[in-house]
Design a protein around this ligand. Structure first.
Ligand code: PLP
Length: 393
């Protein structure tokens, strides 16, 4: 068992959480088993009653999943982590474990679309009241809290406009009414931003994105105080959206290169953002790394680097945006992000197509907007790929 002795993130990403079996394997073992054998009937009884903490069934616990949970908890600086089948399952688990009918949630307007749907379609159906506010409007957050507010939910930087909110201020607002601040840290990962160190209460991830980093497996995880995570564990055991041990093993391997990958992603993204900003047929680039970005200073303070997702508008409308996308031979036209492979997408007709025209306008999802998740290819090749379409506008 690896003991954390105040090690740096790179060390924890490679080492934290590993428990070696009697075989002495160097790489983390993949425990591909649904259930576990009890050494005696008495021990079986003790495990079922909770007197003994051994494994019972992989919906409850699995050694490979536990190694992943310990590792991500170490990276985020949290007491405990709970892994789930997907990012959405992690957010659902937070809601189901911590909310009841009559409670109030405040959610940023610029969160992952399915998160909005989960709150709007399902939480509200069960009597949870949800208010939506602009991510960066601190007064709106302050005015929205009331005596029954239980959760504040946000992502920073936002998708696809890269707006940044002050985590510490939002934590203060949440705590002023005894609510918890939940931060979806999918875009930064703990390699760039550690919300718990800024007083957030729960960090949630889609491990599907940068934690894996190679577009292979679905997964999610929540990190926070032990007592809060225990509530999530009870829900997970009961309802079942547990992480597959195979996927946990993929994520353990992904985390080993997290810091290196994020540095390379960010270097490429910053280079590409500057280059896009100089192109005649590009109107506006949204990337926190550009000094003219409205929250550039806050991003510098709160993050170690600026992330790998950027967006930009082209001169023209949908036809011109599609032309840039369709002329790419390297960048993949896919809605996924956080992959070694760069991806390009037209938010207005894909990721944000369910929004009404009014909501799109309010969220800044215009017809000429393109989002890129910058991968690990050579950045000059990416520029050449984008130039094919940009030069035709
Ligand atoms: C993808 C994503 C999710 C959902 O994660 P899944 O693993 O696809 O369920 C949640 N939040 C953000 C910011 C995401 O990008």
């Amino acid at each position: 068992m690896f003991e954390d002795d105040g090690y740096a993130l790179e060390t924890l990403a490679v080492r934290a959480g590993q428990v070696r079996s009697a075989e002495g394997e160097h790489s983390e073992a993949l425990y591909f088993t649904s259930s576990y054998v009890f050494p005696s009937a008495a021990e079986a009884a003790a495990r079922f009653s909770g007197e003994s903490s051994g494994n019972v069934y992989s919906r409850y616990t699995n050694p490979t999943v536990r190694m992943f949970e310990e590792r991500i908890a170490a990276l985020e600086g949290g007491e405990a982590a709970v892994a789930t089948a997907s990012g959405m399952a992690a957010i659902l688990s937070i809601c189901m474990a911590l909310l009841k009918s009559g409670d109030h949630v405040i959610c940023s307007r610029s969160v992952f679309g399915t998160t909005t749907a989960l709150f709007g379609r399902y939480m509200e159906k069960f009597g949870v009241r949800v208010s939506y506010v602009d991510l960066t409007d601190m007064d709106a957050w302050k005015q929205a809290v009331d005596g029954v507010t239980k959760l504040l939910f946000m992502e920073t930087p936002s998708n696809p406009l890269c707006e940044v909110a002050d985590i510490r201020t939002l934590a203060e607002i949440a705590h002023s009414v005894g609510a918890l601040l939940v931060v979806d840290n999918c875009f930064c990962t703990p390699a760039l931003q550690r919300p718990l160190s800024l007083d957030a209460d729960i960090v949630v991830h889609s491990a599907t994105k940068f934690l894996d980093g190679q577009g292979r497996a679905l997964g999610g995880v929540a990190v926070g105080r032990k007592d809060v995570m225990n509530e999530l564990v009870v829900f997970l055991r009961t309802a079942g959206p547990s992480m597959s041990p195979f996927n946990a093993w993929v994520f353990l391997k992904g985390l080993e290169t997290l810091k290196l990958r994020m540095q390379a992603h960010c270097t490429n993204a910053l280079d590409l953002a500057w280059w896009l900003d100089e192109q005649m047929t590009v109107e506006k680039v949204n990337y926190t790394g550009l000094p003219k970005h409205p929250q550039h200073r806050l991003a510098r303070e709160q993050q170690d680097a600026f992330g790998a997702v950027l967006s930009f508008t082209v001169r023209g409308g949908r036809e011109q945006a599609w032309k840039v996308i369709d002329n790419c031979k390297i960048l993949s036209c896919t809605a996924n992000l956080g992959d070694a492979k760069s991806t390009i997408v037209h938010p207005a007709t894909t990721t944000h197509s369910r929004l009404s025209d009014d909501d799109k306008a309010r969220a800044g999802i215009s017809e000429n907007l393109i989002r890129i998740s910058v991968g690990l290819e050579n950045v000059e090749d990416l520029k050449r790929d984008l130039m094919r379409g940009l030069s035709q506008l």
